[in-house]
Design a protein around this ligand. Structure first.
Ligand SMILES: Nc1ncnc2c1ncn2[C@@H]1O[C@H](COP(=O)(O)OP(=O)(O)OP(=O)(O)O)[C@@H](O)[C@H]1O
Length: 321
């Protein structure tokens, strides 16, 4: 679906994206992460055809985005958390009608999609409200519907949950999961909210100072660069503090013990359940945030210069000057 090879783009001689290469297959949902100024927007602008790169080969659905813009944009949708594609003073329904004309969506298709999105995104209560009077969460939902009315194959999401409360974030994520699973829409997600990534993307690409640092599975990123997993065990009674192989006691407070471990949870669970009668066990995954921060800060780059998974996970750290 997306193929990028050796993409370079500089502004006034200052590189924004340097030798970036990746491929995304149809139906994938990929998180594109990086600190401010890393080069995410520049990449997305090239992929949407808004920017022409200095060098590199880019193909999206077989088209060169900036050369065949009209055909290209007909096949993609984009949602930017920071701004809206809706007409500010028009009721949402009229904005959507206008977009129907822009994208030349057949009326039956429009009616069918509007009905589906109204139900999934609960647009009904504010379809007749002008965009300027919507809450941020409502506006995001309307923008998502607007981006998908013409059945695009590819969706760019830029900070889709920024500024929303937990419930509103979840609603957006659920919808994105739905359109990816049910409609097969390929999704490239740019976000600073790692909750979005954890909920939506199995694969992440990490860019910093214009260079792609990591491209691979999120669980593998966690396993290789993340902190340990935690096993929180509530015993029936406070257990004796016997050392268990592969488990480190982080905290022991009455019948509750917190252990750190790595790898699959089956063996640690078997060990603690053999130690004493257990009432409850929880496995807590490490937060992704410190992992990503450590990668940005480069602390692990020198320590792990190569990948153990040549198929997909690529640590491109050796490219760092
Ligand atoms: N139109 C432009 N003119 C000059 N410099 C630019 C332009 N667009 C981006 N840059 C520079 O290119 C670099 C990459 O910017 P880019 O917007 O791609 O980063 P980003 O990862 O999207 O950041 P953010 O998360 O803050 O949106 C930055 O140094 C930025 O200042």
């Amino acid at each position: 679906m997306i193929d990028v090879q050796h993409l370079n783009k500089a502004f006034k001689g200052k590189p924004a994206v340097q030798d970036v290469s990746f491929s995304i297959t149809r139906g994938e949902m990929v998180g594109y992460l990086g600190p401010n100024g890393a080069g995410k927007s520049t990449t997305i602008k090239v992929l949407t055809g808004l920017l022409v790169p200095d060098s590199g080969v880019v193909s999206v659905g077989g088209l060169v985005p900036w050369r065949e813009r009209r055909r290209h944009v007909a096949r993609l949708g984009a949602v930017f958390g920071q701004r809206t594609t809706l007409w500010w003073d028009l009721p949402v329904r009229e904005s959507l009608e206008l977009l129907r004309h822009v994208y030349r969506v057949p009326r039956e298709k429009f009616v069918e999609n509007l009905r589906a999105f109204t139900e999934l995104l609960e647009l009904g209560p504010f379809l007749n409200t002008p965009a300027r009077s919507l809450s941020l969460g409502q506006r995001m939902r309307a923008d998502l519907a607007a981006a998908l009315l013409h059945d695009p194959e590819l969706l760019f999401l830029d900070e889709p949950t920024v500024g929303l409360d937990v419930v509103a974030k979840e609603r957006i994520r659920e919808f994105v999961r739905h359109i990816n699973a049910q409609r097969g829409v390929t999704v490239l997600l740019t976000t600073h909210d790692l909750g979005d990534v954890e909920r939506l993307a199995r694969r992440v690409m990490i860019i910093d100072t214009g260079r792609l640092l990591y491209d691979g599975d999120l669980p593998e990123l966690q396993a290789r660069y993340g902190s340990a997993r935690e096993l929180i065990v509530d015993f029936e009674e406070a257990p004796a503090t016997a050392p268990l192989p592969g488990l480190e006691v982080l905290e022991h407070s009455g019948p509750r013990v917190r252990y750190a471990f790595s790898g699959p949870a089956a063996v640690p669970i078997a060990l603690v359940t053999a130690l004493a009668p257990v009432r409850d066990i929880t496995v807590k995954e490490p937060d992704i945030e410190p992992t990503i921060r450590r990668i940005y800060e480069g602390k692990l780059l020198a320590a792990h210069p190569t990948s153990t998974n040549p198929d997909r996970s690529k640590c491109l750290f050796s490219q760092i000057p």
